[in-house]
Write a protein that binds this ligand. Structure first.
Ligand code: PMP
Length: 430
Protein backbone atom coordinates (compact mmCIF):
# COMPACT_ATOMS: atom_id res chain seq x y z
CA UNK A 1 0.00 0.00 0.00
CA UNK A 2 0.89 3.63 -0.50
CA UNK A 3 1.61 4.24 3.22
CA UNK A 4 4.23 1.49 3.26
CA UNK A 5 6.00 3.05 0.29
CA UNK A 6 6.03 6.38 2.12
CA UNK A 7 7.65 4.71 5.14
CA UNK A 8 10.35 3.10 3.01
CA UNK A 9 10.93 6.41 1.31
CA UNK A 10 11.45 8.14 4.65
CA UNK A 11 13.66 5.45 6.11
CA UNK A 12 15.68 4.19 3.19
CA UNK A 13 15.83 6.89 0.54
CA UNK A 14 17.49 10.26 0.74
CA UNK A 15 15.36 13.30 1.42
CA UNK A 16 17.53 15.14 -1.11
CA UNK A 17 15.72 13.24 -3.85
CA UNK A 18 13.13 15.82 -4.71
CA UNK A 19 9.63 14.71 -5.59
CA UNK A 20 6.73 16.26 -7.47
CA UNK A 21 3.37 16.87 -5.79
CA UNK A 22 2.21 16.95 -2.16
CA UNK A 23 1.39 13.32 -2.45
CA UNK A 24 3.84 11.96 -5.04
CA UNK A 25 2.38 9.53 -7.53
CA UNK A 26 3.02 5.84 -7.07
CA UNK A 27 3.34 4.80 -10.67
CA UNK A 28 2.49 1.38 -11.85
CA UNK A 29 2.32 1.31 -15.58
CA UNK A 30 2.97 3.34 -18.68
CA UNK A 31 1.54 3.08 -22.13
CA UNK A 32 2.55 5.60 -24.80
CA UNK A 33 1.42 9.05 -23.54
CA UNK A 34 -0.36 7.60 -20.52
CA UNK A 35 0.85 6.80 -17.02
CA UNK A 36 -1.22 4.82 -14.52
CA UNK A 37 -0.91 5.04 -10.74
CA UNK A 38 -1.32 2.24 -8.18
CA UNK A 39 -5.07 2.77 -8.14
CA UNK A 40 -5.33 2.57 -11.91
CA UNK A 41 -5.86 6.31 -12.34
CA UNK A 42 -4.72 7.51 -15.75
CA UNK A 43 -2.57 10.60 -16.39
CA UNK A 44 -1.60 12.30 -19.61
CA UNK A 45 2.16 12.57 -19.33
CA UNK A 46 3.01 15.85 -21.00
CA UNK A 47 6.46 15.81 -19.41
CA UNK A 48 7.29 12.59 -21.34
CA UNK A 49 8.89 10.92 -18.32
CA UNK A 50 11.48 13.57 -17.69
CA UNK A 51 11.77 14.73 -21.30
CA UNK A 52 12.78 11.16 -21.95
CA UNK A 53 10.13 8.89 -23.42
CA UNK A 54 9.80 10.80 -26.69
CA UNK A 55 8.21 7.92 -28.57
CA UNK A 56 6.01 6.92 -25.64
CA UNK A 57 6.05 4.77 -22.51
CA UNK A 58 6.65 1.08 -23.29
CA UNK A 59 6.44 1.70 -27.03
CA UNK A 60 5.69 -1.70 -28.64
CA UNK A 61 8.54 -1.56 -31.18
CA UNK A 62 11.10 -0.52 -28.57
CA UNK A 63 9.79 -3.20 -26.20
CA UNK A 64 10.08 -5.83 -28.92
CA UNK A 65 13.68 -4.85 -29.72
CA UNK A 66 14.66 -5.01 -26.04
CA UNK A 67 12.92 -8.37 -25.49
CA UNK A 68 14.71 -9.82 -28.49
CA UNK A 69 18.07 -8.63 -27.20
CA UNK A 70 17.29 -9.93 -23.71
CA UNK A 71 17.27 -13.45 -25.10
CA UNK A 72 20.73 -13.06 -26.60
CA UNK A 73 23.00 -11.01 -24.41
CA UNK A 74 22.26 -8.28 -21.92
CA UNK A 75 25.70 -7.29 -20.78
CA UNK A 76 29.08 -6.86 -22.28
CA UNK A 77 31.25 -3.83 -22.60
CA UNK A 78 33.46 -2.07 -25.07
CA UNK A 79 36.47 -4.33 -24.54
CA UNK A 80 34.59 -6.70 -26.88
CA UNK A 81 32.81 -6.20 -30.16
CA UNK A 82 29.07 -6.71 -30.16
CA UNK A 83 26.55 -6.12 -32.94
CA UNK A 84 23.99 -3.93 -31.12
CA UNK A 85 26.73 -1.41 -30.33
CA UNK A 86 28.28 -1.39 -33.79
CA UNK A 87 24.99 -1.29 -35.63
CA UNK A 88 23.79 1.54 -33.42
CA UNK A 89 27.02 3.52 -33.80
CA UNK A 90 26.69 3.40 -37.58
CA UNK A 91 23.01 4.30 -37.49
CA UNK A 92 23.36 7.24 -35.08
CA UNK A 93 26.46 8.60 -36.85
CA UNK A 94 24.49 8.63 -40.12
CA UNK A 95 21.98 11.01 -38.45
CA UNK A 96 24.68 13.54 -37.51
CA UNK A 97 25.91 16.13 -40.00
CA UNK A 98 29.41 17.08 -41.11
CA UNK A 99 32.39 15.54 -39.41
CA UNK A 100 30.50 14.46 -36.30
CA UNK A 101 31.00 10.74 -36.72
CA UNK A 102 32.82 9.26 -33.71
CA UNK A 103 30.77 8.03 -30.75
CA UNK A 104 31.32 7.30 -27.08
CA UNK A 105 28.44 5.72 -25.24
CA UNK A 106 27.78 6.48 -21.59
CA UNK A 107 24.88 6.06 -19.14
CA UNK A 108 23.57 9.53 -18.36
CA UNK A 109 23.61 13.10 -19.56
CA UNK A 110 25.91 14.13 -16.70
CA UNK A 111 28.40 11.47 -17.67
CA UNK A 112 28.24 12.49 -21.32
CA UNK A 113 28.88 16.15 -20.48
CA UNK A 114 31.67 15.17 -18.08
CA UNK A 115 33.33 13.25 -20.85
CA UNK A 116 32.81 16.04 -23.38
CA UNK A 117 34.39 18.61 -21.06
CA UNK A 118 37.26 16.31 -20.19
CA UNK A 119 37.79 15.61 -23.88
CA UNK A 120 37.92 19.33 -24.64
CA UNK A 121 40.48 19.85 -21.87
CA UNK A 122 42.69 17.04 -23.16
CA UNK A 123 42.42 18.14 -26.78
CA UNK A 124 43.04 21.84 -26.30
CA UNK A 125 45.44 21.61 -23.36
CA UNK A 126 43.30 24.36 -21.88
CA UNK A 127 41.24 24.16 -18.73
CA UNK A 128 38.44 26.70 -18.62
CA UNK A 129 34.86 25.79 -19.39
CA UNK A 130 32.38 28.56 -20.15
CA UNK A 131 28.67 28.01 -19.71
CA UNK A 132 25.54 30.16 -19.58
CA UNK A 133 23.52 31.08 -16.53
CA UNK A 134 20.31 29.09 -16.21
CA UNK A 135 21.93 26.25 -18.12
CA UNK A 136 21.73 22.72 -16.76
CA UNK A 137 24.40 20.23 -17.72
CA UNK A 138 24.32 17.62 -14.98
CA UNK A 139 24.83 16.73 -11.36
CA UNK A 140 28.33 15.24 -11.33
CA UNK A 141 31.18 17.26 -9.83
CA UNK A 142 32.46 18.40 -13.26
CA UNK A 143 29.08 19.22 -14.71
CA UNK A 144 27.80 20.97 -11.58
CA UNK A 145 30.47 23.55 -12.31
CA UNK A 146 28.83 24.27 -15.65
CA UNK A 147 25.28 24.02 -14.26
CA UNK A 148 24.41 27.40 -12.84
CA UNK A 149 21.04 26.84 -11.22
CA UNK A 150 22.02 27.33 -7.60
CA UNK A 151 19.25 25.14 -6.18
CA UNK A 152 21.35 22.19 -7.32
CA UNK A 153 24.48 23.29 -5.47
CA UNK A 154 23.62 25.50 -2.51
CA UNK A 155 26.65 27.29 -1.18
CA UNK A 156 29.02 25.29 -3.35
CA UNK A 157 31.35 27.23 -5.60
CA UNK A 158 31.68 26.37 -9.26
CA UNK A 159 34.05 23.52 -9.92
CA UNK A 160 37.52 24.76 -10.70
CA UNK A 161 37.85 26.10 -14.19
CA UNK A 162 34.12 26.59 -14.76
CA UNK A 163 32.84 30.07 -15.49
CA UNK A 164 29.23 30.99 -16.06
CA UNK A 165 28.24 34.08 -17.89
CA UNK A 166 24.92 35.82 -18.56
CA UNK A 167 21.85 34.12 -19.89
CA UNK A 168 20.78 35.48 -23.27
CA UNK A 169 17.11 35.23 -22.39
CA UNK A 170 14.89 37.12 -24.82
CA UNK A 171 12.04 37.31 -22.34
CA UNK A 172 13.76 38.59 -19.19
CA UNK A 173 16.80 40.21 -20.68
CA UNK A 174 20.27 40.14 -19.12
CA UNK A 175 20.18 39.04 -15.52
CA UNK A 176 22.84 40.68 -13.40
CA UNK A 177 24.26 39.67 -10.04
CA UNK A 178 24.07 36.34 -8.35
CA UNK A 179 21.45 33.90 -9.42
CA UNK A 180 19.58 31.92 -6.92
CA UNK A 181 15.91 31.63 -6.31
CA UNK A 182 16.18 33.82 -3.21
CA UNK A 183 18.07 36.68 -4.80
CA UNK A 184 16.23 39.80 -5.97
CA UNK A 185 14.56 39.25 -9.26
CA UNK A 186 15.82 41.21 -12.22
CA UNK A 187 12.75 42.64 -13.84
CA UNK A 188 14.23 45.24 -16.15
CA UNK A 189 13.60 44.15 -19.63
CA UNK A 190 16.37 44.65 -22.13
CA UNK A 191 14.83 42.62 -24.87
CA UNK A 192 12.02 42.74 -27.35
CA UNK A 193 10.78 39.29 -26.52
CA UNK A 194 11.41 37.48 -29.77
CA UNK A 195 14.42 35.35 -30.73
CA UNK A 196 14.05 36.59 -34.31
CA UNK A 197 14.28 40.28 -33.51
CA UNK A 198 16.28 40.90 -30.38
CA UNK A 199 17.77 44.33 -29.92
CA UNK A 200 19.89 43.15 -26.99
CA UNK A 201 21.81 40.50 -28.93
CA UNK A 202 24.94 42.66 -29.15
CA UNK A 203 24.84 43.29 -25.39
CA UNK A 204 24.79 39.55 -24.77
CA UNK A 205 27.68 39.04 -27.13
CA UNK A 206 29.67 41.80 -25.38
CA UNK A 207 29.06 40.13 -22.02
CA UNK A 208 30.21 36.79 -23.32
CA UNK A 209 33.28 38.42 -24.82
CA UNK A 210 34.08 39.97 -21.42
CA UNK A 211 33.86 36.58 -19.77
CA UNK A 212 36.01 34.94 -22.41
CA UNK A 213 38.64 37.65 -22.02
CA UNK A 214 38.77 37.86 -18.23
CA UNK A 215 42.03 36.73 -16.75
CA UNK A 216 40.27 33.79 -15.12
CA UNK A 217 39.16 32.43 -18.43
CA UNK A 218 42.02 32.98 -20.79
CA UNK A 219 42.69 29.35 -21.50
CA UNK A 220 39.39 28.22 -22.88
CA UNK A 221 38.88 24.52 -23.33
CA UNK A 222 35.20 24.68 -24.22
CA UNK A 223 31.97 26.60 -24.37
CA UNK A 224 28.98 24.44 -23.49
CA UNK A 225 25.36 25.42 -24.16
CA UNK A 226 21.98 23.87 -24.84
CA UNK A 227 20.43 25.05 -28.12
CA UNK A 228 17.27 25.82 -26.11
CA UNK A 229 17.65 25.76 -22.33
CA UNK A 230 15.40 23.10 -20.85
CA UNK A 231 15.61 23.05 -17.04
CA UNK A 232 16.31 26.80 -17.14
CA UNK A 233 12.75 27.26 -18.42
CA UNK A 234 12.67 26.71 -22.20
CA UNK A 235 14.87 29.72 -22.81
CA UNK A 236 15.51 30.66 -26.42
CA UNK A 237 18.46 32.73 -27.51
CA UNK A 238 18.43 35.64 -29.95
CA UNK A 239 18.95 34.59 -33.52
CA UNK A 240 22.66 34.57 -34.33
CA UNK A 241 23.81 34.54 -30.69
CA UNK A 242 25.14 30.99 -30.74
CA UNK A 243 26.81 31.51 -34.10
CA UNK A 244 28.72 34.55 -32.84
CA UNK A 245 29.50 32.78 -29.55
CA UNK A 246 30.98 29.77 -31.38
CA UNK A 247 33.14 32.06 -33.48
CA UNK A 248 34.49 33.96 -30.45
CA UNK A 249 35.23 30.74 -28.58
CA UNK A 250 37.05 29.24 -31.55
CA UNK A 251 39.09 32.41 -32.09
CA UNK A 252 40.35 31.89 -28.52
CA UNK A 253 41.28 28.24 -29.07
CA UNK A 254 38.24 26.61 -27.42
CA UNK A 255 35.89 23.90 -28.62
CA UNK A 256 32.12 24.22 -28.81
CA UNK A 257 29.93 21.64 -27.09
CA UNK A 258 26.22 21.39 -27.91
CA UNK A 259 24.27 19.81 -25.06
CA UNK A 260 21.46 18.12 -26.99
CA UNK A 261 20.19 16.16 -24.01
CA UNK A 262 16.73 17.76 -24.31
CA UNK A 263 16.70 19.26 -27.79
CA UNK A 264 17.91 16.25 -29.78
CA UNK A 265 16.13 13.60 -31.86
CA UNK A 266 13.71 15.91 -33.64
CA UNK A 267 12.02 17.39 -30.57
CA UNK A 268 12.29 20.93 -31.94
CA UNK A 269 10.53 19.83 -35.10
CA UNK A 270 12.32 21.83 -37.76
CA UNK A 271 15.60 19.93 -37.47
CA UNK A 272 16.79 16.66 -36.01
CA UNK A 273 19.30 18.47 -33.78
CA UNK A 274 18.77 21.70 -31.89
CA UNK A 275 22.11 23.18 -32.96
CA UNK A 276 20.95 23.03 -36.59
CA UNK A 277 18.27 25.58 -35.78
CA UNK A 278 21.10 28.01 -34.96
CA UNK A 279 23.02 27.16 -38.13
CA UNK A 280 26.15 26.16 -36.17
CA UNK A 281 28.35 23.10 -36.23
CA UNK A 282 29.58 22.02 -32.78
CA UNK A 283 32.85 20.17 -32.21
CA UNK A 284 31.27 17.87 -29.64
CA UNK A 285 27.61 16.93 -29.16
CA UNK A 286 26.17 15.29 -26.06
CA UNK A 287 22.98 13.20 -26.10
CA UNK A 288 20.90 11.53 -23.40
CA UNK A 289 17.27 11.34 -22.19
CA UNK A 290 15.32 10.59 -25.40
CA UNK A 291 18.17 8.61 -26.93
CA UNK A 292 17.01 5.35 -25.30
CA UNK A 293 13.39 6.37 -24.62
CA UNK A 294 14.00 5.74 -20.92
CA UNK A 295 16.77 3.16 -21.04
CA UNK A 296 19.89 4.44 -19.27
CA UNK A 297 21.91 5.57 -22.22
CA UNK A 298 23.79 8.64 -23.36
CA UNK A 299 26.37 9.53 -25.97
CA UNK A 300 29.13 11.91 -26.90
CA UNK A 301 29.70 12.46 -30.60
CA UNK A 302 32.70 14.24 -32.01
CA UNK A 303 34.99 14.54 -35.02
CA UNK A 304 37.69 12.11 -35.95
CA UNK A 305 40.32 14.78 -35.32
CA UNK A 306 39.20 15.39 -31.73
CA UNK A 307 38.69 11.68 -31.12
CA UNK A 308 42.22 10.99 -32.33
CA UNK A 309 43.69 13.56 -30.03
CA UNK A 310 41.66 12.15 -27.12
CA UNK A 311 43.21 8.72 -27.64
CA UNK A 312 45.98 9.94 -25.32
CA UNK A 313 43.55 9.33 -22.45
CA UNK A 314 42.52 5.75 -21.88
CA UNK A 315 38.72 5.78 -21.75
CA UNK A 316 36.61 3.08 -20.19
CA UNK A 317 33.21 2.66 -18.66
CA UNK A 318 31.51 -0.59 -17.64
CA UNK A 319 27.98 -0.03 -18.86
CA UNK A 320 28.40 2.36 -21.78
CA UNK A 321 27.06 0.84 -24.99
CA UNK A 322 25.13 -1.84 -23.10
CA UNK A 323 23.49 -4.22 -25.64
CA UNK A 324 19.96 -3.71 -24.26
CA UNK A 325 20.29 0.07 -24.28
CA UNK A 326 21.72 -0.02 -27.83
CA UNK A 327 18.82 -2.21 -28.99
CA UNK A 328 16.33 0.26 -27.46
CA UNK A 329 18.12 3.29 -28.91
CA UNK A 330 18.25 1.71 -32.34
CA UNK A 331 14.50 1.03 -32.27
CA UNK A 332 13.91 4.64 -31.16
CA UNK A 333 15.66 5.95 -34.28
CA UNK A 334 13.57 3.60 -36.44
CA UNK A 335 10.30 4.67 -34.82
CA UNK A 336 11.08 8.40 -35.19
CA UNK A 337 11.82 7.84 -38.87
CA UNK A 338 9.07 5.34 -39.74
CA UNK A 339 6.32 7.24 -37.93
CA UNK A 340 7.41 10.67 -39.14
CA UNK A 341 7.68 11.93 -35.56
CA UNK A 342 9.92 14.90 -36.30
CA UNK A 343 7.31 16.22 -38.73
CA UNK A 344 4.68 15.57 -36.09
CA UNK A 345 6.68 17.62 -33.56
CA UNK A 346 6.77 20.49 -36.04
CA UNK A 347 3.12 20.44 -37.06
CA UNK A 348 1.62 19.83 -33.64
CA UNK A 349 4.15 22.10 -31.89
CA UNK A 350 3.39 25.02 -34.22
CA UNK A 351 -0.33 24.63 -33.65
CA UNK A 352 0.06 24.31 -29.87
CA UNK A 353 2.28 27.36 -29.63
CA UNK A 354 -0.27 29.36 -31.55
CA UNK A 355 -3.15 28.22 -29.39
CA UNK A 356 -1.25 28.53 -26.09
CA UNK A 357 -0.13 32.04 -27.05
CA UNK A 358 -3.78 33.07 -26.93
CA UNK A 359 -3.61 32.40 -23.17
CA UNK A 360 -0.86 35.00 -22.93
CA UNK A 361 -3.15 37.58 -24.51
CA UNK A 362 -6.02 36.60 -22.28
CA UNK A 363 -4.49 36.14 -18.83
CA UNK A 364 -2.33 38.61 -16.86
CA UNK A 365 -0.38 35.81 -15.16
CA UNK A 366 0.72 34.16 -18.40
CA UNK A 367 3.92 36.11 -19.01
CA UNK A 368 5.32 34.22 -21.96
CA UNK A 369 4.58 31.22 -24.13
CA UNK A 370 7.59 29.97 -26.04
CA UNK A 371 9.48 27.08 -27.47
CA UNK A 372 9.96 25.15 -30.66
CA UNK A 373 8.34 21.97 -31.85
CA UNK A 374 7.25 19.92 -28.87
CA UNK A 375 9.51 21.70 -26.40
CA UNK A 376 7.25 24.34 -24.96
CA UNK A 377 7.33 26.46 -21.81
CA UNK A 378 4.82 28.83 -20.25
CA UNK A 379 6.37 31.41 -17.93
CA UNK A 380 3.99 32.53 -15.21
CA UNK A 381 4.24 35.99 -13.66
CA UNK A 382 2.36 37.99 -11.06
CA UNK A 383 1.60 40.62 -13.72
CA UNK A 384 2.83 41.61 -17.13
CA UNK A 385 4.13 44.98 -16.02
CA UNK A 386 6.68 43.83 -13.42
CA UNK A 387 7.12 40.30 -14.76
CA UNK A 388 7.74 39.09 -11.24
CA UNK A 389 7.77 35.30 -11.23
CA UNK A 390 4.61 33.73 -9.89
CA UNK A 391 5.48 32.57 -6.34
CA UNK A 392 6.36 28.91 -5.94
CA UNK A 393 3.28 28.18 -3.79
CA UNK A 394 1.00 29.40 -6.57
CA UNK A 395 2.93 27.47 -9.21
CA UNK A 396 2.66 24.36 -7.07
CA UNK A 397 -1.07 24.89 -6.84
CA UNK A 398 -1.31 24.97 -10.65
CA UNK A 399 0.84 21.84 -11.11
CA UNK A 400 -1.10 20.06 -8.38
CA UNK A 401 -4.43 21.04 -9.91
CA UNK A 402 -3.33 19.83 -13.37
CA UNK A 403 -2.31 16.53 -11.82
CA UNK A 404 -5.68 16.22 -10.10
CA UNK A 405 -7.26 16.72 -13.51
CA UNK A 406 -5.06 13.93 -14.91
CA UNK A 407 -2.37 15.99 -16.64
CA UNK A 408 1.32 15.86 -15.70
CA UNK A 409 3.51 18.87 -16.51
CA UNK A 410 7.20 19.59 -16.01
CA UNK A 411 8.74 22.35 -13.91
CA UNK A 412 11.45 24.71 -14.96
CA UNK A 413 12.95 28.15 -14.70
CA UNK A 414 15.32 29.78 -12.31
CA UNK A 415 12.40 30.86 -10.19
CA UNK A 416 10.51 27.62 -10.66
CA UNK A 417 7.84 29.55 -12.50
CA UNK A 418 7.87 27.89 -15.90
CA UNK A 419 5.52 25.08 -16.70
CA UNK A 420 7.24 22.87 -19.19
CA UNK A 421 5.48 20.86 -21.82
CA UNK A 422 7.70 18.30 -23.43
CA UNK A 423 5.11 16.34 -25.27
CA UNK A 424 5.71 12.86 -26.46
CA UNK A 425 6.70 13.09 -30.10
CA UNK A 426 3.67 11.38 -31.57
CA UNK A 427 1.22 13.52 -29.62
CA UNK A 428 -1.73 14.17 -31.86
CA UNK A 429 -4.32 16.81 -31.23
CA UNK A 430 -7.13 15.17 -33.16
N1 PMP B 1 21.95 18.26 -19.86
C1 PMP B 1 20.67 18.69 -19.90
C2 PMP B 1 20.31 19.74 -20.89
C3 PMP B 1 19.71 18.14 -19.04
O1 PMP B 1 18.45 18.58 -19.09
C4 PMP B 1 20.10 17.14 -18.14
C5 PMP B 1 19.10 16.50 -17.19
N2 PMP B 1 18.06 17.29 -16.79
C6 PMP B 1 21.43 16.73 -18.13
C7 PMP B 1 22.33 17.31 -18.99
C8 PMP B 1 21.90 15.66 -17.17
O2 PMP B 1 21.39 14.42 -17.55
P1 PMP B 1 21.26 13.23 -16.48
O3 PMP B 1 20.22 13.59 -15.50
O4 PMP B 1 20.91 12.05 -17.35
O5 PMP B 1 22.60 13.07 -15.87
Amino acid sequence: PYEHVVEIRKKNLSAALSTYYNKPLLLHQGHMQWLFDHEGRRYLDLFAGIVTVGVGHCHPKVKEAVKKQLNHLWHTTNIYFHSPLHEYAEKLASRLPGELKVLYLTNSGSEANDLAMFMARICTNNYDIISLRSGYHGSSPYTLGATSISAYKPGVANGSGCHTTMCPDVFRGIWGGSHCRDSPVQTTRTCSCSPDSCEAKDKYIDQLKDTLDTSAAKRIAAFIAEPIMGVGGVIQFPKGFLKDAYQMVRERGGLCIADEVQTGFGRTGSHFWGFQTHDVMPDIVTLAKGIGNGFPMAAVVTTEEIATSFVRALHFNTFGGNPMACAAASAVLDVIEEDGLQDNCRTVGTHLLLELSKLRDKFEIVGDVRGKGLMIGIEMVTDKETQRPLPTEEMNFIWEDCKDHGVLLGKGGLYNNVSCFFFVFFFNLS
